[in-house]
Design a binder for this molecule. Structure first.
Ligand code: SF4
Length: 391
């Protein structure tokens, strides 16, 4: 039976960032208000779409700034001061963008903005199975050398070239552009510039792909779809939690948002703080540490959460998985590269060093040769000077 899996780059990226966030958003379809960072990014994207829509008769700077003033949504910000900070940042970004645009405007023509694309990817291991991948590209330009795809970013972090050269997003967008405009990609993906435009820095970073890389990306996409199918969607807390709208229902943060405190809740804060004091003072009182750990674990189980907050910091229960390599598979992968004899008789660390020297698609094959050796829970304590703020 033919089967078509529907997904998008943003869904795959959400899974990579945090499987639980993917579950909340893509499977359970839980709607949450957008975070202020997301609204800020959307408003800038809309303003730039307005700016380039009528290319080459682009609006003036005043018209562009008026547009963002009229469409600005102050309701997502905590107070007037926060609203002003974000609004001033948006104005600064648009002014810088406009100034830069005046310098380069003769070098390109905008072909389209907010371009939707669809790509049908066949599963290389089962041709009956297909995936319909959709996405939206912020801007596509025609330049004298070919076409250039632009994706605006409002994040502060400027990635390294290597990261961009391996970006799944840009690879999938490249496939999307080739699908949508086959006439422009006749000379291969190398004629398509893939650019991320970091609006806060007013800087761009560009990369390209080869056909071979795009073939590998298709395989990588199927690997991810398989991972999603097998996943039990664990939360993966990171700095990106501050941009996640599911914090209030997430087992990593729910405790922080609890409004009605029971005696148990008050008690657990004291237990957490006592646990901290013992840990920070390197106490040898193991009996007490085990006792407190037991109380904390019972509370986590009862509340169905994985993180509990006290005054001194928070305690997180993390699922740890120890892997070992299936050496028969590793041998079959490494032998054609003449690397197998470098691994023989050495430990996993040596294998990891050798893997770093291999092409990305071989690295992925080695990854797949890993199997679970042991799975266990770990309690991690994190001291904080100040409790993370509730939104
Ligand atoms: S708050 Fe963090 S850990 Fe929780 S779902 Fe969102 S991204 Fe994942």
């Amino acid at each position: 039976m033919n089967e078509i899996i529907k997904t998008s780059y943003s869904a795959l990226d959400t899974f990579r960032q945090c499987p639980l966030k993917y579950k909340f958003s893509v499977i359970d379809k839980i709607k949450v208000p957008k975070t202020k960072e997301a609204v800020f990014g959307n408003k800038l994207h809309e303003a730039l779409q307005f700016f380039h829509k009528k290319s080459p008769l682009s609006p003036t700077l005043d018209e562009l700034l008026n547009y963002i003033k009229e469409t600005w949504d102050a309701s997502v910000f905590a107070d007037e001061q926060e609203d002003m900070i974000y609004f001033s940042e948006a104005i600064k970004i648009l002014k810088n963008y406009y100034e830069h645009y005046l310098k380069i405007k003769d070098k390109f023509t905008v072909l389209d903005t907010e371009t939707r694309f669809e790509v049908l990817l066949e599963n290389p291991e089962n041709i009956e199975q297909k995936c319909l991948l959709t996405g939206i590209i912020d801007r596509i330009d025609k330049t004298k050398d070919g076409i250039e795809l632009i994706d605006y970013k409002t994040a502060k972090r400027f990635p390294a070239q290597d990261e961009i050269d391996n970006s799944l997003q840009l690879s999938l967008y490249c496939i999307g552009v080739m699908n949508r405009w086959p006439e422009f990609s006749k000379s291969g993906p190398e004629s398509i510039k893939l650019t991320l435009y970091f609006l806060k820095h007013n800087e761009t970073i560009t990369t390209k792909r080869t056909l071979e890389q795009l073939e590998n990306i298709k395989k990588q996409t199927w690997d991810m779809l398989k991972q999603i199918e097998k996943s039990d969607f664990p939360p993966i807390p990171s700095a990106l939690c501050d941009w996640c709208g599911y914090k209030r229902i997430c087992p990593m943060w729910k405790h922080l948002y609890k409004e009605q405190m029971t005696i148990d809740d008050e008690q657990i804060k004291k237990v957490v703080d006592e646990f901290f004091q013992l840990k920070l003072s390197n106490s040898q009182n193991n009996k007490k540490i085990i006792e407190l750990k037991g109380i904390i674990e019972s509370y986590l189980n009862k509340e169905k959460i994985e993180r509990v907050f006290g005054e001194s910091g928070y305690i997180t229960r993390l699922n740890q998985i120890r892997y070992e390599y299936d050496m028969d598979k590793v041998k079959a992968i490494l032998e054609p590269f003449g690397k197998w004899y470098d691994v023989l008789g050495v430990d996993t660390d040596k294998l990891k060093t050798i893997v770093k020297t291999l092409p990305p698609h071989v690295k992925r094959e080695i990854e797949k040769a890993k199997k679970i050796d042991k799975e266990y829970k770990l309690i991690k304590v994190t001291a904080i000077k100040k409790k993370p703020e509730k939104e």
